[in-house]
Design a protein around this ligand. Structure first.
Ligand SMILES: *Cc1c(COP(=O)(O)O)cnc(C)c1O
Length: 386
C-alpha cells in the first residue's frame, strides 16, 4: 500500500515500515548485516550488496524522510554536517560561491569557510530579510548556492523561503533550506520553492537526544544521483541502529512538535515583559518581526526561543546556570529541556565573524516536561538575578 494520500502522522508511522514478510514482525528489524548473499554472481535478492551502498533499515528512514518532506529522494548520513558536506561536494566546484544567512548554524558556516574554503569555495554571509541585497549579492558573487535556515539559530529570524527561492532561481542559484528547527511537520521548504532540504536529524527528528544523524532531501533526479553517489563513494552513511532510532523518533514527531510549540509559546509569553529580560526571540510572539511570515509559512512556531538578559553576560550566565529543570547542554530538540549559552557553546566557532552572537543571549530548547514546571524554573532563575 502506498501512503501518498495520507496525512503527515500516518505517513510518519507507516511509510517505509511494512511488516517483516517472513515473521510478521510489525516493527521492521534492524538490519546489521554488512553484506548480502548473492544467488549467483551479481544476482542480488533485494538489490542489496554491501552495507555502505545500501541497507534496508537506512532505506526505511530515507523513504520516511522523503515522504514527510514531500520529496522523491532522501539520503541519510552519519551527522547533519556529513549530510551538508555530501550535498555541497555534489553541487560545488572550485571557484564556486555560497551565499548564506548571517545567523546560520555555526557549524555550517565553519564547514563552508574552513573546509570548503581550502578548496577555493567562496563564502558570503548576508542579512536575508533584505531581498534586494540578496539579489545584488547573488549577482555580484555569482553564487551557486543560497543557503537558508528558518527559523534561524539562535535569533529565530524568519526567512521568506518562497520569495528568496524566486530571487535565487532567477540568478541561477540552488536554494538549500536547513529545516532542522522547523522539521517537515511545521514547514515544507520544497513546497515553498526550495530545491533541497537538509536536516540534522540529531535534533527534533530523532527527538530523544540519543542519536546523531543528518539527511539531504530533494526531488531533482539528477542532483539526487550525485548526492547518492557521494553517500556511497565518500561513505558518511548512517549506521543501521542510528537509522532505526531516528525512524522510531520520527513516528511521534507531530505530537512532539505540537507540545514543544505550545510550551515554548507559553514560556515566550511569560518571559516577554519580565524586568530582567530585554528581548524575547520567538516567532510566535506578535512582537517578533517575522511573526506574520512565520504564521503563513509554518504550521506552528516551534520549540526554540532565545532571550536577551538585561544584566548582560553576567546575568545570562547566572540565569543559564541557575535553571534546574533545564539542563545546561549543547544541542536541542529532545524531550528534555535544554539551555544553551550560544556565545560560549554552540556559536563559539563563529566568534569574531559576522555570525557572532551577543553574550547576553540565552537559547532555550523547550522540552516535553510539564509546562508549569518549566515556567516555574525560568521564573526562579530570573528571580535569583536580583
Ligand atoms: C545541529 C545542527 C546542524 C549540524 O548537525 P549535526 O547532526 O550536529 O552534525 C546543522 N544545522 C542545524 C540547524 C543544527 O541545529
Amino acid at each position: 500500500m502506498t501512503h501518498d494520500d495520507h496525512g503527515f502522522s500516518t505517513r510518519a508511522i507507516h511509510v517505509g515500515q511494512e511488516f517483516d514478510p517472513t515473521t510478521g514482525a510489525v516493527i521492521p528489524p534492524v538490519h546489521f548485516s554488512t553484506t548480502y548473499a548473492q544467488d549467483g554472481i551479481g544476482n542480488l535478492r533485494g538489490g542489496y550488496e554491501y552495507g555502505r551502498g545500501g541497507n534496508p533499515t537506512r532505506d526505511s528512514l530515507q523513504r520516511q524522510l522523503s515522504s514527510l518532506e514531500g520529496a522523491t529522494h532522501a539520503f541519510s548520513f552519519a551527522s547533519g554536517l556529513a549530510a551538508e558536506d555530501a550535498l555541497l561536494r555534489a553541487v560545488l566546484r572550485p571557484g564556486d560561491h555560497v551565499l548564506m544567512g548571517n545567523d546560520v548554524y555555526g557549524g555550517t558556516h565553519r564547514l563552508v569557510r574552513r573546509i570548503f574554503g581550502d578548496w577555493q569555495i567562496g563564502l558570503t554571509t548576508i542579512e536575508l530579510d533584505d531581498r534586494e541585497a540578496v539579489r545584488a549579492a547573488l549577482t555580484s558573487t555569482g553564487a551557486r548556492v543560497l543557503w537558508l535556515e528558518t527559523p534561524s539559530n539562535p535569533l529565530m529570524k524568519i526567512t521568506d523561503v518562497a520569495a528568496l527561492a524566486d530571487v535565487a532561481h532567477a540568478a541561477g542559484a540552488l536554494v538549500v533550506v536547513d529545516n532542522t528547527f522547523a522539521t517537515p511537520y511545521l514547514q515544507q521548504p520544497l513546497a515553498l520553492g526550495a530545491d533541497v532540504v537538509v536536516h540534522s536529524t540529531t535534533k527534533y527528528l530523532g527527538g530523544h537526544s540519543d542519536v546523531i544523524g543528518g539527511a539531504v532531501v530533494l526531488s531533482d533526479d539528477a542532483l539526487a544521483e550525485k548526492v547518492g553517489f557521494h553517500q556511497f563513494a565518500a561513505g558518511a552513511v548512517s549506521g543501521p541502529l542510528d537509522a532505526w532510532l531516528t525512524t522510531r523518533g520520527i513516528k511521534t514527531l507531530a505530537v512532539r512538535m505540537d507540545r514543544h510549540s505550545a510550551s515554548a509559546h507559553a514560556l515566550a509569553s511569560a518571559l516577554e515583559g519580565h524586568a530582567a529580560v530585554t528581548r524575547v526571540y520567538y516567532p510566535g510572539l506578535p512582537s517578533h518581526p517575522g511573526h506574520d511570515l512565520a504564521a503563513r509559512q509554518m504550521r506552528d512556531f516551534g520549540g526554540m526561543l532565545s532571550l536577551e538578559l538585561a544584566g548582560g553576560a553576567a546575568a545570562a550566565r547566572a540565569f543559564a546556570e541557575g535553571l534546574e529543570v533545564f539542563s545546561l547542554a549543547e544541542s536541542l530538540g529532545g524531550v528534555e529541556s535544554l539551555v544553551n549559552y550560544p556565545s560560549e557553546m554552540t556559536h563559539a566557532s563563529v566568534r569574531g565573524t559576522a555570525l557572532e552572537v551577543s553574550d547576553a543571549v540565552i537559547r532555550l530548547s523547550v522540552g516535553l516536561e510539564d509546562v508549569e514546571d518549566l515556567l516555574a524554573d525560568v521564573r526562579q532563575s530570573l528571580a535569583r538575578l536580583g
